[in-house]
Design a protein around this ligand. Structure first.
Ligand code: DGP
Length: 112
């Protein structure tokens, strides 16, 4: 399923890109919920965590590594939160797998 994130990958619509490689892309969330809020997505069109198959292991692994690296580059040495909203109950709005990284403030738990 194509989504707005496919257009960000293809550069049809602009985004504030923090990292790009052959497997994944990291860019700032358009509606930040914390002082630092970026998304890491696989370039492959994977709908959600619920749709992962064996062959996605490298892409998802890379996304997590890049989340960690970009978080460091963005100065989140005090910590951050990594979230993958999944499906309707998970509050997922964009049907392209994405990892939110939020930091720069004290985040409450549990989430709503
Ligand atoms: P989720 O609810 O987990 O599907 O979150 C989707 C996130 O994607 C939401 O925080 C806003 C962000 N988003 C949606 N459209 C765009 C866009 O066009 N550009 C950017 N940078 N972020 C977007």
């Amino acid at each position: 399923m194509s989504s707005i994130f496919s257009k960000i990958i293809s550069k049809e619509i602009p985004a504030d890109i923090l990292h790009e490689d052959d497997l994944c892309l990291a860019f700032r969330d358009i509606n930040p919920q914390a002082p630092t809020h970026f998304l890491v997505i696989p370039k492959k069109e994977i709908v959600s965590m619920a749709d992962l198959v064996d062959e996605d292991q490298a892409a998802v692994g890379r996304c997590l590594l890049i989340a960690s690296r970009v978080a460091f580059e963005q100065g989140l040495e005090n910590g951050y939160r990594l979230i993958a909203n999944t499906g309707e109950d998970g509050g997922q709005e964009v049907p392209h797998l994405h990892f939110h990284v939020l930091g720069g403030r004290n985040l409450t738990w549990p989430p709503g």
